[in-house]
Design a protein around this ligand. Structure first.
Ligand SMILES: [Zn+2]
Length: 519
Protein backbone atom coordinates (compact mmCIF):
# COMPACT_ATOMS: atom_id res chain seq x y z
CA UNK A 1 0.00 0.00 0.00
CA UNK A 2 1.52 3.30 -1.15
CA UNK A 3 0.66 6.54 0.60
CA UNK A 4 1.17 9.97 -0.94
CA UNK A 5 1.09 13.37 0.65
CA UNK A 6 -1.58 15.39 -1.14
CA UNK A 7 -1.17 19.16 -0.97
CA UNK A 8 -4.91 19.47 -1.60
CA UNK A 9 -5.82 17.70 1.66
CA UNK A 10 -2.55 18.50 3.48
CA UNK A 11 -2.35 14.84 4.48
CA UNK A 12 -1.00 11.48 3.39
CA UNK A 13 -3.56 9.48 1.44
CA UNK A 14 -3.63 5.89 0.23
CA UNK A 15 -2.74 5.89 -3.44
CA UNK A 16 -5.56 4.72 -5.69
CA UNK A 17 -5.36 5.59 -9.37
CA UNK A 18 -8.33 6.82 -11.40
CA UNK A 19 -8.15 3.79 -13.66
CA UNK A 20 -7.01 0.52 -12.06
CA UNK A 21 -3.44 -0.40 -12.94
CA UNK A 22 -2.71 2.84 -14.80
CA UNK A 23 -1.15 6.07 -13.59
CA UNK A 24 -0.89 9.45 -15.31
CA UNK A 25 1.68 11.95 -14.02
CA UNK A 26 1.97 15.54 -15.19
CA UNK A 27 4.99 17.57 -14.11
CA UNK A 28 5.28 21.27 -14.93
CA UNK A 29 8.39 21.59 -17.07
CA UNK A 30 10.82 24.38 -17.86
CA UNK A 31 10.49 27.66 -19.69
CA UNK A 32 13.28 27.14 -22.18
CA UNK A 33 14.98 30.54 -22.28
CA UNK A 34 18.40 29.73 -20.82
CA UNK A 35 20.44 26.59 -20.05
CA UNK A 36 19.09 24.41 -17.25
CA UNK A 37 20.82 24.62 -13.88
CA UNK A 38 20.99 21.99 -11.16
CA UNK A 39 17.74 23.25 -9.60
CA UNK A 40 15.89 22.26 -12.77
CA UNK A 41 16.94 18.65 -12.25
CA UNK A 42 15.30 18.28 -8.83
CA UNK A 43 11.72 17.72 -10.04
CA UNK A 44 12.70 15.39 -12.89
CA UNK A 45 14.89 13.22 -10.61
CA UNK A 46 12.16 13.01 -7.95
CA UNK A 47 9.34 12.20 -10.35
CA UNK A 48 11.57 9.81 -12.30
CA UNK A 49 12.05 7.95 -9.03
CA UNK A 50 8.31 8.05 -8.30
CA UNK A 51 7.60 6.65 -11.75
CA UNK A 52 10.20 3.90 -11.27
CA UNK A 53 8.65 2.99 -7.96
CA UNK A 54 5.08 2.89 -9.27
CA UNK A 55 6.19 0.82 -12.28
CA UNK A 56 8.01 -1.56 -9.94
CA UNK A 57 4.74 -1.93 -8.05
CA UNK A 58 2.97 -3.04 -11.20
CA UNK A 59 1.43 0.19 -12.52
CA UNK A 60 1.60 1.25 -16.13
CA UNK A 61 2.73 4.85 -15.85
CA UNK A 62 2.45 7.66 -18.41
CA UNK A 63 4.51 10.71 -17.53
CA UNK A 64 4.17 14.07 -19.26
CA UNK A 65 6.49 17.09 -18.88
CA UNK A 66 5.55 20.23 -20.79
CA UNK A 67 7.99 22.58 -22.48
CA UNK A 68 7.03 26.26 -22.27
CA UNK A 69 8.38 27.63 -25.51
CA UNK A 70 6.45 30.91 -25.63
CA UNK A 71 6.59 33.30 -22.68
CA UNK A 72 7.60 36.83 -21.63
CA UNK A 73 11.04 35.69 -20.45
CA UNK A 74 11.69 33.91 -23.75
CA UNK A 75 10.62 36.93 -25.78
CA UNK A 76 12.85 39.23 -23.72
CA UNK A 77 15.86 36.92 -23.89
CA UNK A 78 15.55 36.31 -27.63
CA UNK A 79 15.53 40.10 -28.20
CA UNK A 80 18.56 40.48 -25.95
CA UNK A 81 20.44 37.85 -27.90
CA UNK A 82 19.14 38.83 -31.31
CA UNK A 83 17.96 35.26 -31.97
CA UNK A 84 14.42 34.32 -33.06
CA UNK A 85 12.37 33.03 -30.12
CA UNK A 86 11.76 29.67 -31.73
CA UNK A 87 15.47 29.11 -32.35
CA UNK A 88 16.38 30.01 -28.77
CA UNK A 89 13.61 27.72 -27.48
CA UNK A 90 14.88 24.83 -29.60
CA UNK A 91 18.47 25.26 -28.40
CA UNK A 92 17.43 25.43 -24.76
CA UNK A 93 15.07 22.46 -25.13
CA UNK A 94 17.98 20.45 -26.54
CA UNK A 95 20.08 21.53 -23.53
CA UNK A 96 17.31 20.41 -21.14
CA UNK A 97 17.03 17.02 -22.87
CA UNK A 98 20.80 16.58 -22.65
CA UNK A 99 20.70 17.36 -18.92
CA UNK A 100 17.93 14.80 -18.37
CA UNK A 101 19.83 12.17 -20.34
CA UNK A 102 23.02 12.89 -18.37
CA UNK A 103 21.32 12.49 -15.01
CA UNK A 104 19.54 9.33 -16.12
CA UNK A 105 15.95 10.64 -16.31
CA UNK A 106 14.64 8.50 -19.13
CA UNK A 107 11.04 7.79 -18.14
CA UNK A 108 9.26 10.83 -19.59
CA UNK A 109 6.77 9.66 -22.25
CA UNK A 110 5.69 13.00 -23.71
CA UNK A 111 7.27 16.45 -23.91
CA UNK A 112 4.46 18.55 -25.39
CA UNK A 113 5.54 22.02 -26.51
CA UNK A 114 3.11 24.85 -25.86
CA UNK A 115 3.35 26.20 -29.41
CA UNK A 116 2.21 22.82 -30.81
CA UNK A 117 -1.12 23.12 -28.95
CA UNK A 118 -2.22 26.70 -29.58
CA UNK A 119 -5.46 25.72 -31.35
CA UNK A 120 -6.43 23.41 -28.44
CA UNK A 121 -5.78 26.31 -26.07
CA UNK A 122 -7.99 28.64 -28.11
CA UNK A 123 -10.83 26.09 -28.02
CA UNK A 124 -10.38 25.65 -24.27
CA UNK A 125 -10.51 29.43 -23.70
CA UNK A 126 -13.58 29.74 -25.96
CA UNK A 127 -15.36 27.19 -23.79
CA UNK A 128 -14.48 29.13 -20.64
CA UNK A 129 -15.83 32.35 -22.18
CA UNK A 130 -19.01 30.56 -23.31
CA UNK A 131 -19.54 29.10 -19.83
CA UNK A 132 -19.16 32.50 -18.24
CA UNK A 133 -15.83 31.88 -16.47
CA UNK A 134 -13.80 34.20 -18.69
CA UNK A 135 -14.18 37.51 -20.46
CA UNK A 136 -12.51 39.34 -23.28
CA UNK A 137 -11.11 42.83 -22.75
CA UNK A 138 -9.53 44.64 -25.63
CA UNK A 139 -7.83 41.61 -27.19
CA UNK A 140 -6.89 40.00 -23.84
CA UNK A 141 -8.94 37.21 -22.28
CA UNK A 142 -9.07 36.90 -18.49
CA UNK A 143 -10.31 34.23 -16.14
CA UNK A 144 -12.84 35.69 -13.73
CA UNK A 145 -11.65 34.31 -10.42
CA UNK A 146 -14.82 35.21 -8.49
CA UNK A 147 -16.76 32.76 -10.74
CA UNK A 148 -14.76 29.76 -9.49
CA UNK A 149 -16.44 29.11 -6.16
CA UNK A 150 -13.62 27.04 -4.66
CA UNK A 151 -10.74 29.16 -5.94
CA UNK A 152 -7.92 29.05 -3.40
CA UNK A 153 -8.56 25.49 -2.23
CA UNK A 154 -5.05 24.27 -3.11
CA UNK A 155 -3.07 27.17 -1.70
CA UNK A 156 -5.65 27.80 1.03
CA UNK A 157 -5.76 31.49 0.32
CA UNK A 158 -8.86 33.62 0.52
CA UNK A 159 -9.83 36.01 -2.25
CA UNK A 160 -9.64 38.89 0.22
CA UNK A 161 -6.01 38.13 1.06
CA UNK A 162 -5.14 37.92 -2.65
CA UNK A 163 -6.81 41.24 -3.36
CA UNK A 164 -4.83 42.70 -0.47
CA UNK A 165 -1.63 41.60 -2.17
CA UNK A 166 -2.52 43.53 -5.28
CA UNK A 167 -1.27 41.36 -8.11
CA UNK A 168 -0.38 42.59 -11.57
CA UNK A 169 -2.54 45.57 -12.27
CA UNK A 170 -4.33 46.06 -15.56
CA UNK A 171 -7.09 48.52 -16.29
CA UNK A 172 -8.77 45.91 -18.45
CA UNK A 173 -9.33 43.36 -15.66
CA UNK A 174 -12.56 43.19 -13.65
CA UNK A 175 -10.54 42.38 -10.54
CA UNK A 176 -6.80 42.38 -9.69
CA UNK A 177 -6.93 38.65 -8.98
CA UNK A 178 -8.18 37.75 -12.49
CA UNK A 179 -5.44 36.20 -14.60
CA UNK A 180 -4.70 36.16 -18.33
CA UNK A 181 -5.71 33.21 -20.49
CA UNK A 182 -4.82 34.98 -23.72
CA UNK A 183 -2.64 38.04 -24.23
CA UNK A 184 -2.95 40.48 -27.08
CA UNK A 185 0.44 40.66 -28.79
CA UNK A 186 2.46 43.81 -29.01
CA UNK A 187 4.04 44.64 -32.37
CA UNK A 188 6.99 42.39 -33.19
CA UNK A 189 6.02 39.70 -30.65
CA UNK A 190 5.29 36.12 -31.69
CA UNK A 191 1.55 35.80 -32.23
CA UNK A 192 -1.21 33.50 -33.40
CA UNK A 193 -4.62 34.39 -34.85
CA UNK A 194 -7.55 33.89 -32.49
CA UNK A 195 -11.21 34.97 -32.13
CA UNK A 196 -9.82 37.87 -30.04
CA UNK A 197 -7.23 38.97 -32.59
CA UNK A 198 -3.51 38.29 -32.80
CA UNK A 199 -2.07 37.12 -29.50
CA UNK A 200 -0.49 34.33 -27.49
CA UNK A 201 -1.59 32.08 -24.65
CA UNK A 202 -0.96 32.80 -20.98
CA UNK A 203 1.30 30.38 -19.10
CA UNK A 204 -1.31 28.64 -16.91
CA UNK A 205 -3.58 27.59 -19.75
CA UNK A 206 -0.97 25.41 -21.48
CA UNK A 207 -0.81 22.97 -18.56
CA UNK A 208 -4.61 22.64 -18.34
CA UNK A 209 -4.77 21.93 -22.07
CA UNK A 210 -1.82 19.58 -22.48
CA UNK A 211 -2.48 17.54 -19.33
CA UNK A 212 -6.05 16.86 -20.50
CA UNK A 213 -4.83 16.08 -24.01
CA UNK A 214 -2.34 13.42 -22.85
CA UNK A 215 -3.76 12.17 -19.56
CA UNK A 216 -7.49 12.91 -19.61
CA UNK A 217 -9.70 15.43 -17.80
CA UNK A 218 -9.02 13.78 -14.43
CA UNK A 219 -5.62 12.20 -13.97
CA UNK A 220 -3.66 10.85 -11.02
CA UNK A 221 -0.62 12.89 -10.01
CA UNK A 222 0.09 16.53 -10.75
CA UNK A 223 3.59 17.51 -9.72
CA UNK A 224 5.74 20.59 -9.51
CA UNK A 225 7.88 22.67 -7.22
CA UNK A 226 6.35 24.16 -4.07
CA UNK A 227 6.65 27.60 -5.64
CA UNK A 228 4.05 26.62 -8.26
CA UNK A 229 1.20 25.99 -5.79
CA UNK A 230 0.17 29.63 -6.11
CA UNK A 231 -0.75 31.02 -8.51
CA UNK A 232 0.14 28.49 -11.22
CA UNK A 233 -1.51 25.31 -9.92
CA UNK A 234 -4.40 27.18 -8.33
CA UNK A 235 -5.09 28.70 -11.75
CA UNK A 236 -4.72 25.35 -13.55
CA UNK A 237 -7.37 23.93 -11.22
CA UNK A 238 -9.68 26.90 -11.79
CA UNK A 239 -9.40 26.60 -15.58
CA UNK A 240 -9.69 22.81 -15.84
CA UNK A 241 -12.37 22.24 -13.23
CA UNK A 242 -14.49 25.14 -14.52
CA UNK A 243 -14.38 23.74 -18.03
CA UNK A 244 -14.68 20.01 -17.23
CA UNK A 245 -16.81 20.07 -14.09
CA UNK A 246 -14.67 17.42 -12.43
CA UNK A 247 -11.43 17.25 -10.41
CA UNK A 248 -8.32 17.93 -12.46
CA UNK A 249 -5.95 15.65 -10.55
CA UNK A 250 -6.31 13.31 -7.57
CA UNK A 251 -2.94 13.94 -5.93
CA UNK A 252 -1.11 17.25 -5.96
CA UNK A 253 2.51 16.47 -5.21
CA UNK A 254 4.98 19.29 -4.58
CA UNK A 255 8.71 19.04 -4.17
CA UNK A 256 10.96 21.33 -2.13
CA UNK A 257 13.30 23.62 -4.00
CA UNK A 258 17.05 23.69 -4.16
CA UNK A 259 18.49 26.56 -2.19
CA UNK A 260 21.93 27.95 -1.75
CA UNK A 261 23.68 26.39 1.17
CA UNK A 262 23.44 28.59 4.22
CA UNK A 263 27.18 29.01 4.35
CA UNK A 264 26.80 32.60 5.44
CA UNK A 265 24.55 31.74 8.35
CA UNK A 266 26.92 29.04 9.55
CA UNK A 267 30.05 31.15 9.32
CA UNK A 268 28.23 34.17 10.69
CA UNK A 269 27.03 32.15 13.66
CA UNK A 270 30.57 31.60 14.85
CA UNK A 271 31.39 35.27 15.07
CA UNK A 272 28.43 36.41 17.06
CA UNK A 273 30.45 38.92 19.08
CA UNK A 274 28.89 42.26 18.20
CA UNK A 275 32.19 44.12 18.39
CA UNK A 276 33.85 42.47 15.39
CA UNK A 277 31.30 41.87 12.71
CA UNK A 278 32.92 43.32 9.65
CA UNK A 279 35.44 41.12 7.88
CA UNK A 280 34.19 37.63 8.58
CA UNK A 281 30.67 38.68 7.74
CA UNK A 282 31.71 39.98 4.37
CA UNK A 283 33.64 36.78 3.69
CA UNK A 284 30.62 34.76 4.75
CA UNK A 285 28.42 36.67 2.36
CA UNK A 286 30.95 36.21 -0.42
CA UNK A 287 30.89 32.48 0.26
CA UNK A 288 27.11 32.50 0.03
CA UNK A 289 27.20 34.41 -3.23
CA UNK A 290 29.76 32.04 -4.71
CA UNK A 291 27.47 29.13 -4.01
CA UNK A 292 24.73 31.12 -5.70
CA UNK A 293 26.85 31.55 -8.79
CA UNK A 294 27.55 27.82 -8.91
CA UNK A 295 23.89 27.03 -8.38
CA UNK A 296 22.74 29.18 -11.28
CA UNK A 297 25.42 27.81 -13.59
CA UNK A 298 24.46 25.54 -16.47
CA UNK A 299 24.08 22.02 -15.09
CA UNK A 300 26.28 20.45 -17.75
CA UNK A 301 29.01 23.04 -17.12
CA UNK A 302 28.77 22.53 -13.37
CA UNK A 303 29.30 18.77 -13.73
CA UNK A 304 32.23 19.31 -16.03
CA UNK A 305 34.00 22.10 -14.15
CA UNK A 306 33.55 20.57 -10.73
CA UNK A 307 34.11 17.02 -11.98
CA UNK A 308 30.87 15.78 -10.39
CA UNK A 309 29.40 12.44 -11.40
CA UNK A 310 25.71 12.79 -12.38
CA UNK A 311 24.85 9.64 -10.44
CA UNK A 312 26.21 11.30 -7.30
CA UNK A 313 23.94 14.29 -7.98
CA UNK A 314 21.01 11.84 -8.13
CA UNK A 315 21.97 10.49 -4.71
CA UNK A 316 22.37 14.08 -3.48
CA UNK A 317 18.82 14.97 -4.59
CA UNK A 318 17.27 11.75 -3.26
CA UNK A 319 19.09 11.96 0.07
CA UNK A 320 16.60 14.63 1.21
CA UNK A 321 12.87 14.01 1.53
CA UNK A 322 11.32 15.37 -1.63
CA UNK A 323 9.08 17.82 0.22
CA UNK A 324 12.00 19.46 1.99
CA UNK A 325 14.35 22.08 0.52
CA UNK A 326 17.73 20.83 -0.67
CA UNK A 327 20.73 22.82 0.45
CA UNK A 328 23.01 23.12 -2.50
CA UNK A 329 26.76 23.33 -2.41
CA UNK A 330 29.47 21.62 -4.40
CA UNK A 331 31.07 20.50 -1.11
CA UNK A 332 27.89 18.75 -0.04
CA UNK A 333 27.72 16.91 -3.34
CA UNK A 334 31.35 15.85 -2.87
CA UNK A 335 30.52 14.56 0.61
CA UNK A 336 27.71 12.49 -0.87
CA UNK A 337 30.18 11.17 -3.47
CA UNK A 338 32.58 10.07 -0.74
CA UNK A 339 29.75 8.31 1.09
CA UNK A 340 28.21 6.52 -1.90
CA UNK A 341 31.64 5.38 -3.06
CA UNK A 342 31.03 2.58 -0.52
CA UNK A 343 28.62 1.05 -3.05
CA UNK A 344 31.05 1.17 -5.96
CA UNK A 345 33.90 -0.18 -3.81
CA UNK A 346 31.62 -3.05 -2.84
CA UNK A 347 30.76 -3.83 -6.47
CA UNK A 348 34.49 -4.04 -7.25
CA UNK A 349 34.93 -6.32 -4.24
CA UNK A 350 32.07 -8.51 -5.44
CA UNK A 351 33.61 -9.03 -8.86
CA UNK A 352 37.01 -9.79 -7.28
CA UNK A 353 35.44 -12.51 -5.17
CA UNK A 354 33.01 -14.05 -7.63
CA UNK A 355 34.64 -13.21 -10.95
CA UNK A 356 31.18 -12.03 -11.99
CA UNK A 357 30.23 -8.58 -13.29
CA UNK A 358 27.77 -7.19 -10.69
CA UNK A 359 26.26 -4.85 -13.27
CA UNK A 360 25.14 -7.84 -15.30
CA UNK A 361 23.42 -9.72 -12.53
CA UNK A 362 19.80 -10.51 -13.40
CA UNK A 363 17.89 -7.84 -11.50
CA UNK A 364 14.18 -8.08 -10.66
CA UNK A 365 12.16 -5.17 -12.01
CA UNK A 366 8.93 -5.99 -10.16
CA UNK A 367 8.37 -6.03 -6.43
CA UNK A 368 7.00 -9.57 -6.37
CA UNK A 369 9.94 -10.88 -8.40
CA UNK A 370 12.48 -9.50 -5.95
CA UNK A 371 11.11 -11.45 -3.03
CA UNK A 372 13.28 -14.41 -2.07
CA UNK A 373 13.23 -17.09 0.59
CA UNK A 374 16.08 -16.63 3.04
CA UNK A 375 15.43 -20.03 4.65
CA UNK A 376 17.37 -20.32 7.91
CA UNK A 377 20.32 -18.27 6.64
CA UNK A 378 20.61 -15.47 9.20
CA UNK A 379 22.48 -13.22 6.76
CA UNK A 380 19.83 -13.54 4.06
CA UNK A 381 17.12 -13.00 6.65
CA UNK A 382 18.74 -9.67 7.48
CA UNK A 383 19.03 -8.81 3.78
CA UNK A 384 15.31 -9.55 3.32
CA UNK A 385 14.53 -7.40 6.35
CA UNK A 386 16.55 -4.44 5.04
CA UNK A 387 14.80 -4.82 1.69
CA UNK A 388 11.46 -4.65 3.46
CA UNK A 389 12.50 -1.56 5.37
CA UNK A 390 13.61 0.13 2.17
CA UNK A 391 10.27 -0.64 0.51
CA UNK A 392 8.29 0.46 3.58
CA UNK A 393 10.09 3.81 3.47
CA UNK A 394 9.24 4.19 -0.21
CA UNK A 395 5.62 3.18 0.42
CA UNK A 396 5.40 5.98 2.97
CA UNK A 397 5.24 8.98 0.63
CA UNK A 398 8.42 8.05 -1.27
CA UNK A 399 10.76 8.66 1.65
CA UNK A 400 13.93 8.29 -0.38
CA UNK A 401 16.11 9.72 2.39
CA UNK A 402 15.15 6.95 4.81
CA UNK A 403 15.33 4.35 2.02
CA UNK A 404 18.88 5.47 1.21
CA UNK A 405 19.80 4.92 4.85
CA UNK A 406 18.63 1.30 4.56
CA UNK A 407 20.63 0.91 1.35
CA UNK A 408 23.78 1.96 3.24
CA UNK A 409 22.89 -0.52 6.00
CA UNK A 410 22.55 -3.21 3.37
CA UNK A 411 25.98 -2.65 1.81
CA UNK A 412 27.55 -2.47 5.28
CA UNK A 413 25.91 -5.77 6.20
CA UNK A 414 27.13 -7.45 3.02
CA UNK A 415 30.68 -6.19 3.57
CA UNK A 416 30.54 -7.50 7.13
CA UNK A 417 29.47 -10.89 5.83
CA UNK A 418 32.42 -10.95 3.45
CA UNK A 419 34.77 -10.02 6.31
CA UNK A 420 33.24 -12.53 8.75
CA UNK A 421 33.43 -15.37 6.27
CA UNK A 422 36.80 -14.17 4.91
CA UNK A 423 35.46 -14.52 1.37
CA UNK A 424 38.44 -12.60 0.01
CA UNK A 425 40.35 -15.84 0.56
CA UNK A 426 39.56 -18.36 -2.18
CA UNK A 427 39.67 -21.25 0.32
CA UNK A 428 36.74 -19.83 2.29
CA UNK A 429 34.40 -19.64 -0.67
CA UNK A 430 31.75 -22.34 -0.61
CA UNK A 431 28.98 -22.42 -3.17
CA UNK A 432 26.37 -21.64 -0.47
CA UNK A 433 28.28 -18.59 0.71
CA UNK A 434 28.76 -17.30 -2.82
CA UNK A 435 25.08 -17.91 -3.63
CA UNK A 436 24.05 -15.88 -0.56
CA UNK A 437 26.46 -13.08 -1.49
CA UNK A 438 25.07 -13.11 -4.99
CA UNK A 439 21.46 -12.90 -3.73
CA UNK A 440 22.32 -9.97 -1.46
CA UNK A 441 24.01 -8.17 -4.35
CA UNK A 442 21.01 -8.75 -6.59
CA UNK A 443 18.83 -7.17 -3.88
CA UNK A 444 21.20 -4.19 -3.64
CA UNK A 445 20.94 -3.64 -7.39
CA UNK A 446 17.17 -4.18 -7.40
CA UNK A 447 16.71 -1.40 -4.83
CA UNK A 448 19.33 0.82 -6.50
CA UNK A 449 17.39 0.55 -9.76
CA UNK A 450 14.46 2.27 -8.03
CA UNK A 451 16.75 5.27 -7.51
CA UNK A 452 17.96 4.93 -11.10
CA UNK A 453 21.51 4.11 -9.95
CA UNK A 454 24.01 1.24 -10.23
CA UNK A 455 23.43 0.85 -13.96
CA UNK A 456 27.14 0.90 -14.73
CA UNK A 457 30.44 1.28 -12.88
CA UNK A 458 31.08 4.71 -11.41
CA UNK A 459 34.48 6.16 -10.59
CA UNK A 460 34.28 8.79 -7.90
CA UNK A 461 37.06 11.24 -8.64
CA UNK A 462 35.84 14.44 -7.13
CA UNK A 463 38.59 16.87 -8.00
CA UNK A 464 41.69 16.97 -10.22
CA UNK A 465 43.92 16.70 -7.15
CA UNK A 466 42.11 13.50 -6.23
CA UNK A 467 43.91 11.81 -9.10
CA UNK A 468 47.19 12.98 -7.59
CA UNK A 469 46.13 11.70 -4.16
CA UNK A 470 45.22 8.37 -5.69
CA UNK A 471 48.54 8.07 -7.50
CA UNK A 472 50.51 9.06 -4.39
CA UNK A 473 48.68 6.57 -2.19
CA UNK A 474 49.20 3.86 -4.80
CA UNK A 475 52.93 4.70 -4.84
CA UNK A 476 53.12 4.29 -1.07
CA UNK A 477 51.18 1.02 -1.29
CA UNK A 478 53.69 -0.24 -3.87
CA UNK A 479 56.64 0.78 -1.66
CA UNK A 480 55.02 -0.97 1.28
CA UNK A 481 54.46 -4.13 -0.77
CA UNK A 482 58.16 -4.05 -1.77
CA UNK A 483 59.15 -3.61 1.88
CA UNK A 484 57.03 -6.58 2.91
CA UNK A 485 58.56 -8.75 0.20
CA UNK A 486 61.97 -7.88 1.65
CA UNK A 487 60.58 -8.74 5.09
CA UNK A 488 61.16 -5.16 6.23
CA UNK A 489 57.98 -5.18 8.30
CA UNK A 490 59.00 -2.13 10.33
CA UNK A 491 59.05 0.02 7.17
CA UNK A 492 55.81 -1.54 5.89
CA UNK A 493 54.00 -0.91 9.16
CA UNK A 494 55.45 2.59 9.30
CA UNK A 495 53.91 3.44 5.94
CA UNK A 496 50.55 1.99 7.01
CA UNK A 497 50.55 3.85 10.34
CA UNK A 498 51.54 7.19 8.85
CA UNK A 499 48.83 6.89 6.21
CA UNK A 500 46.35 6.04 8.98
CA UNK A 501 47.32 9.29 10.72
CA UNK A 502 46.42 11.11 7.50
CA UNK A 503 43.02 9.43 7.55
CA UNK A 504 43.79 6.80 4.92
CA UNK A 505 43.08 3.20 5.80
CA UNK A 506 44.73 0.25 4.05
CA UNK A 507 43.10 -3.15 3.80
CA UNK A 508 45.21 -6.12 2.70
CA UNK A 509 43.32 -8.53 0.54
CA UNK A 510 44.50 -11.62 -1.30
CA UNK A 511 44.22 -9.72 -4.57
CA UNK A 512 46.19 -6.71 -3.34
CA UNK A 513 45.84 -3.74 -1.02
CA UNK A 514 42.73 -1.54 -1.12
CA UNK A 515 42.61 1.89 0.43
CA UNK A 516 39.88 4.22 1.55
CA UNK A 517 39.41 7.37 3.56
CA UNK A 518 38.69 6.40 7.15
CA UNK A 519 35.49 7.91 8.49
ZN1 LIG B 1 2.07 23.82 -15.14
Amino acid sequence: MIRIYNTLSRSKEVFEPVRPGKVGIYLCGPTVYKPSHIGHMVGPVIFDTIKRYLTYNGYEVTWVVNITDVDDKLIARSREMGVPMQQLAEQMTADYMECLRTIGVDGINHFPRATDHISDMIRFIEDLVRKGFAYEADGDVYFEVSKASDYGKLSRRSLESMEGEGGEGSQRKHSVVDFALWKRSKPGEPSWPSPWGLGRPGWHIECSVMSARFLGETFDIHGGGLDLIFPHHENEIAQSESRHGKPMARYWVHNGLMQDSQASAKVGGRISRPTQPAEDDIQAQEAGKLAGRHGAKSFLLLLQEENLHPEVVRFFVLGTHYRRPIEFSVERIREVGTAVDAFYRFFRRFSRITGEDPYRLPTPTRRADGQFHPGDDAFLQEVAQLRNRFLEAMDDDFNTGAALGHLFDLVRRINKQIDDQRLEEPGARTSDRIAALRQATITLRELGALFGVFRKPVEIAAQPQDHLVRDLVQMLIDLRTEARKKKDFAAADGIRDRLAKLGIRLEDRPGGTEWSFAK
